[in-house]
Design a protein around this ligand. Structure first.
Ligand SMILES: Cc1cc2nc3c(=O)[nH]c(=O)nc-3n(C[C@H](O)[C@H](O)[C@H](O)COP(=O)(O)OP(=O)(O)OC[C@H]3O[C@@H](n4cnc5c(N)ncnc54)[C@H](O)[C@@H]3O)c2cc1C
Length: 499
């Protein structure tokens, strides 16, 4: 049997996607005799955004074996327990989307069912009072999970905010230490095999040709290999996701950074504030059909907390995804595979998922169609679910004005419609197998945006109201006690820095 193993991987692009791929592959393929080279341009800038993450990033970090304290120090990270939505449902309103699970069930009745019954009757506290992440975030507290049996401190669920450039640099160090060869140069030409149509090599501006068995396209929005060479095609999802621009600027950090991302609705989109140790990241994500760039810029600059540290930079995007994230011998990761938009911070997660799935269906040089098709279906499903969750945010608000009126009129996907109808009928949350957003996420956003069930789940009536009240009181007071015992978020970071 001839040896068809992959011997040579070429990653094009040295942004977050490129270095995450280099780090993940160099760790996982260690000992298999695979050479990994990463080509990055000295002249084409990386995106430099992508600073808020969601909890699966912690698995990526642990799988690489990276020391968390060291990483937090090196990338000026803060901790993230969820997202605060200000003025989103309507001006003056605030709700919190925490990470982590809902409270425990009572027998076979899930938390959301019994909480909703009491909430609809005006007898339960707001949802956030039953989430340690929400309560800790809003009081500025943080700790990583600690061994405290039978308390919610055991299972604190968190992610990071970090400086994207530093994160890529850190991963570069990690990957180079594991044998990844970095090459600096601009890819000018891509050679395809006349027989198979696969990529054979890329040629740099210097004239050097770099051949490979498997190419990872991390070249950003252009999709140098996946699109410009292989013409894979892009599905434009702007009929569902209204924003297509972001203006980004840094500002001075708060004295005490919050352990959550703050999202504030604006007339033609929304603004993020991502607190880091050394600065705040800010951005106004908007629809160019509803506001001119100059007005968006004025809005952003008028709403920075702290002195501006950088000139606003405009980024343009078309929400959507590459028709096939994997085509022939090219796998696209990051912006070259697609981009929906930054609300809910899923870009880096989708890179991580792409790397994990590539390893799950790792090819040989025959590139079996079944592996490629399966990979593409998994990624398509991930993108679609994220799209539905984002669309929920835009379509269900009471805000008025041309942009938000437009959002409310966006036709929902069938899958989202089904979720909303199931929730409205009896407060049930549809969740498919291993999907990203847990019940708590859907519940927080639905309730936060004032989607209320017409009736509660009839099975809850098998529980005595007294039993439910006692459970809810116990949960709430248990969380309250734990949060009181937690250190302040900033103190926690300082202590870990010093250790
Ligand atoms: C406004 C905005 C906000 C975002 N916020 C978040 C967030 O909060 N959380 C999150 O998870 N994700 C977020 N994302 C997504 C996140 O930014 C991206 O997933 C991440 O930055 C990955 O980018 P990338 O590496 O794919 O591309 P890029 O950063 O664009 O890197 C492309 C690389 O390719 C190289 N390159 C390009 N052309 C060539 C060439 N011809 N030759 C050689 N090299 C070349 C460039 O030099 C660069 O190194 C956001 C995205 C946007 C647009």
């Amino acid at each position: 049997m001839t040896d068809r193993r992959i011997r040579n991987i070429v990653i094009v692009g040295g942004g977050t996607a490129g270095w995450m791929a280099a780090a993940g592959l160099s760790k996982a393929l260690h000992g298999l005799g695979v050479q990994i080279r990463l080509i990055e341009s000295a002249t084409i800038a990386t995106m430099g955004v992508g600073e808020a993450t969601i909890p699966p990033i912690m698995d990526f970090i642990r799988q690489l074996g990276i020391a968390e304290d060291e990483l937090v120090r090196e990338v000026e990270a803060t901790y993230k327990l969820g997202i605060g939505y200000r003025d989103w449902t309507r001006p003056g309103h605030f709700y919190f989307h925490p990470f982590g699970p809902t409270g425990p069930g009572l027998g076979s009745i899930p938390f959301q069912a019994y909480w909703l019954k009491m909430f609809l009757a005006g007898e339960a506290a707001p949802l956030g009072d039953y989430s340690i992440q929400a309560m800790a975030a809003l009081r500025g507290r943080f700790t990583r999970p600690v061994h405290a049996p039978n308390t919610p401190l055991n299972k604190i669920t968190y992610a990071l905010h970090f400086d994207a450039s530093r994160f890529a640099r850190y991963l570069r160090g990690f990957a180079e230490a594991r044998g990844v060869l970095r090459m600096v140069g601009d890819v000018r030409h891509i050679s395809l095999c006349p027989r198979t149509g696969s990529v054979e090599s890329v040629t740099l501006a210097s004239g050097e040709s770099v051949a490979g068995d498997l190419f990872i396209d991390c070249s950003g929005f252009r999709g140098l290999l996946i699109e410009e060479a292989l013409e894979t095609g892009y599905e434009d999802w702007s009929k569902w996701l209204p924003c297509d621009r972001a203006l980004v600027a840094h500002s001075e950090p708060a004295a005490v950074p919050d352990p959550y991302t703050l999202v504030t609705a604006r007339d033609a989109g929304w603004q993020w504030r991502i607190p880091l140790q050394h600065r705040n990241g800010n951005g106004y994500v908007y629809s160019s059909a509803f506001i001119a760039e100059e007005s968006a810029r004025a809005t952003l600059l008028a709403n920075l907390d702290g002195r501006r540290l950088s000139e606003p930079n405009t980024l343009r995007f078309t929400p959507g995804r590459r028709r096939k994230a994997w085509s022939r011998n090219v796998v696209a990761l990051g912006l070259s595979a697609g981009f929906l938009e930054p609300l809910e911070a899923t870009g880096i997660y989708l890179i991580q998922r792409g790397i994990a799935m590539l390893l799950r269906f790792f090819p040989d040089r025959d590139f079996a169609t079944a592996d490629i098709e399966r990979y593409n279906r998994v990624l398509e499903s991930e993108f679609s679910r994220v799209r539905d969750f984002l669309l929920l945010h835009y379509s269900q608000t009471e805000r008025t004005g041309p942009f938000w009126d437009h959002c409310r009129a966006i036709p929902l996907t069938d899958s989202l419609l089904e979720r909303i109808e199931l929730f409205q009928s009896h407060g049930r949350i549809l969740r498919e197998d291993a999907e990203l957003f847990p019940v708590m996420s859907w519940l927080s956003v639905m309730i936060g945006q004032n989607i209320l069930p017409r009736r509660y789940d009839p099975l809850v009536d098998g529980l005595e109201p007294q039993q439910i009240r006692a459970k809810l009181d116990e949960l709430r007071s248990g969380i309250e006690r734990c949060v009181e015992a937690m250190p302040g978020h900033w103190d926690y970071i300082q202590t870990r820095r010093a250790s």
